[in-house]
Design a protein around this ligand. Structure first.
Ligand SMILES: Cc1ncc(COP(=O)(O)O)c(C=O)c1O
Length: 405
């Protein structure tokens, strides 16, 4: 989002013009940002056998999947639904990595049937897979007792975590692998989402590569996702080049020792799409009491749950009043929950009823975590590329909501 002559733009298009045509609330994505972020990873990570698998759950709009495919991305999915969606968007089964957290037997059968590469998540899954498909190749997700994330709910490793095969189970896994002549061709680790310090990511990579020496038939090392983005003005962009140097050294020495080039997989979600998206909403009401001002907008935790669920920070901009003085307000949604709050005591430029407010960096875990809670439609989604505006998902028609209840 940029400001030109006191008006806010995405690409070459004035946001107010988009809202006039498509209404609010509205998710708008800037294609250029996704392209830049993808190319940044691709160009700055020097290890030659890098495969980027976009984490589809971050934003599963088919148009964005197609865009990422055209840029050279593969995908990582966590359910049959997201796998089918990826196939529909044109990805080949060989371009999909399936993370099997909590997968049912029927789901594992689906993965086997489609010849998609799994990263199995438990001893039971490996046993089931081996019985049904002896002699086949599997990846496994490990929990090496390391976890990190922007919130405890996004931390996916460590002793308190349900994710992955715990390090203490490796002996057991090797026994089952032998029993069914399975081949472990990949190791995955995803320690969490929104990892605040890239050094933690590096440390986890070290630990995974250290343990990888125990597995002889590896074709890939999968470091998962988790790269954070600067949500607050004081936050810094992750130094991808610095990270690349560390990973490159680790992977090159592993490949050298093995006498073959191993693939390096990463599964970024947030990093690729968060900064491309804004959620635009209209101010519907303002109340002041007990020294607090509550500015209510026509969206809420049903459309962007991050603030309510993780107390996440999103920058807020009154795009209707670019020059007015700021005042401190609580920006709240229109859902009947007291946690439906986007910001408390935050400076926003003089909000008035009917103003448009932009919630920034909403491209990841925004629409994909949205719901029909309170019986309100989901917003439409728009993709802007320079001077082109494309409706990439319609607002949920109210009649559809009535049908589904
Ligand atoms: C297995 C796995 N890979 C990748 C990701 C993407 O994480 P992020 O969006 O933080 O990059 C997730 C999300 O938590 C995940 O569970």
């Amino acid at each position: 989002m940029q400001i030109k002559r006191n008006k806010f733009y995405i690409g070459d298009i004035k946001i107010e013009d988009i809202i006039q045509k498509y209404g609010s609330p509205l998710y708008i994505y800037d294609q250029k940002v996704i392209e830049e972020k993808f190319n940044n990873l691709k160009d700055k990570i020097e290890y030659p056998f890098l495969k980027i698998h976009y984490a589809v759950k971050a934003n599963s709009n088919t148009h964005l999947l197609k865009l990422l495919r055209s840029l050279g991305s593969n995908v990582e999915v966590v359910s049959e639904g997201l796998a089918r969606l990826s196939l529909k968007a044109g990805f080949k089964p060989s371009q999909i990595i399936y993370t099997c957290n909590g997968a049912e037997k029927e789901e594992l059968d689906f993965i086997m049937g489609k010849k998609i590469q799994p990263n199995l998540d438990s001893v039971n899954q490996v046993e089931y897979w081996g019985k049904k498909n002896p002699g086949s190749k599997i990846g496994i997700r490990l929990n090496l007792n390391m976890g990190s994330g922007h919130h405890e709910h996004t931390t996916t490793g460590g002793s308190e975590s349900k994710f992955g095969i715990h390090i203490s189970e490796i002996k057991n896994i090797k026994r089952i692998v032998k029993k069914y002549n399975l081949i472990i061709n990949g190791l995955q680790q995803h320690i969490g989402s929104g990892i605040p310090d890239p050094k933690t990511f590096e440390k986890a990579a070290h630990a995974l590569l250290k343990i990888s020496y125990q597995f002889e038939d590896l074709e890939y090392i999968d470091l998962g996702g988790g790269l954070d983005i600067p949500y607050r003005p004081k936050d810094k962009e992750v130094d991808i080049k610095g990270l690349s140097n560390v990973i490159d050294d680790l992977m090159s020495s592993l490949s050298k020792m093995r006498g073959k080039d191993l693939n390096l997989i990463i599964e970024p979600g947030r990093y690729l799409v968060a900064q491309s998206g804004v959620l635009i909403a209209k101010v519907t009401d303002i109340k002041t009491h007990s020294g607090n001002t509550f500015v209510s907008i026509n969206t809420g935790m049903n459309h962007l749950i991050r603030s309510a669920m993780y107390s996440s920070y999103h920058e807020l901009v009154n795009i209707s009043k670019p020059k007015d003085r700021s005042r401190k307000v609580n920006l709240v949604g229109n859902v009947c929950e007291s946690s439906d709050v986007f910001a408390k005591n935050r400076s926003i430029r003089n909000p008035q009823v009917d103003d448009l407010v932009a919630i920034l960096d909403a491209g990841a875990y925004g629409y994909s975590m949205s719901s029909l809670y309170n019986g309100r439609p989901k917003p439409a989604e728009i993709l802007v590329s320079k001077d082109k505006v494309k409706l990439i998902r319609e607002r949920t028609p109210l009649d559809d909501i009535l049908e589904s209840f």
